[in-house]
Write a protein that binds this ligand. Structure first.
Ligand SMILES: [Zn+2]
Length: 311
């Protein structure tokens, strides 16, 4: 099972030579998902050798340009490269019209199916699922309608204990029945499932919180994350600017999530006014065990052992 997050853009607002605008490439068990698509995201995917033709779902958090201005360009490349597989785009209301108009004016034909799912949520909801994962969206506190996303592995089956298969003479048919939730019965008695199977590892989850002013009432939507990304556009010295622009400081993120149980945080969307992120790191690290201030091109692996930067 592979679960990785690659940062394509870690800066706020305008692109710089060091930081592209927001975009992340997620590989969850070979399901490839793009979150946000700032200007130049496709160039970053080429640079970091990510197979962007494998993207199945694109999630767009909100319609500030630094989060989606790369999308028309990416779709245009899909057209030129002859993509045929279906693409799902989960996005704010209005994006479909913007994107289709851009493509139409260029007189291009889209040779593959795009399913736009425009959302405007007031509470967390399931927006996509397949055999291996589920995607949830939830509202965030920003200047325009904005959503965060959670990508969660589907719960796995319990693991049967091989020696118990023999002991209880469990047939192939019964294995199928057990997996679909039916109890095992011997001599008229239900055998407790811990006798012949072990609980699977808990599902891993990645939560992405785009631009927003963090609030304690939203912690419930984030707290189950094995790894949480949260914007930290500013540091504490610029907290009045964070407040007026509906962004967060690194300290506010730490303080708000201190008691949440979250142990692993990525911070990003850094304002170009900061030369480095050591202050962001120290402000948040006071409250959270593992804080990573992201850079473009960095890859993080989520596993049962925790989170590790692998590239
Ligand atoms: Zn924004």
């Amino acid at each position: 099972m592979k679960f990785t997050v690659t940062i394509l853009g870690s800066g706020a607002a305008t692109p710089t030579l060091e930081r592209y605008p927001t975009s992340q490439f997620i590989n969850c068990n070979e399901r490839c998902i793009l979150i946000d698509c700032g200007e130049g995201s496709q160039i970053q995917m080429r640079k970091y050798k990510l197979k962007f033709q494998k993207i199945k779902v694109i999630l767009i958090s909100h319609l500030h340009g630094d989060h989606y201005f790369g999308l028309a360009g990416l779709l245009s490349s899909f057209i030129l490269l002859g993509r045929t597989s279906k693409l799902k785009i989960i996005c704010p209301v209005g994006l479909k019209e913007i994107i289709l108009k851009q493509i139409e004016i260029g007189n291009a034909q889209i040779p593959f199916e795009i399913e736009f799912d425009e959302i405007l949520l007031t509470e967390k909801a399931l927006v996509f699922e397949d055999k291996v994962l589920e995607i949830y969206a939830f509202p965030l506190n920003h200047r325009i309608p904005t959503h965060g996303f959670e990508i969660r592995e589907k719960a796995k089956d319990r693991n049967l204990i091989p020696e118990k298969l023999e002991e209880y003479a469990i047939s192939v048919k019964e294995i199928g029945e057990i997996k679909s939730g039916k109890p095992l019965i011997r001599k008229g008695k239900v055998i407790p499932e811990n006798e012949y199977s072990k609980a699977p590892a808990p599902p891993l989850s990645y939560v992405f919180c785009s631009d927003n002013r963090i609030q304690s009432k939203q912690v419930g939507d984030m707290k189950d994350a094995s790894l949480l990304y949260h914007e930290a556009t500013f540091t504490d010295k610029d907290k009045s600017r964070a407040k007026s622009t509906f962004h967060s400081t690194a300290k506010e993120v730490g303080e708000c999530l201190h008691q949440s149980g979250i142990e692993n945080i990525l911070l990003g969307h850094f304002s170009a006014r900061y030369k480095d992120t050591t202050t962001h790191q120290s402000e948040c690290q006071e409250y959270i065990k593992n804080v990573f201030c992201v850079t473009d091109g960095a890859t993080y692996e989520i596993s049962q052992n925790g989170v590790e930067m692998i590239g």
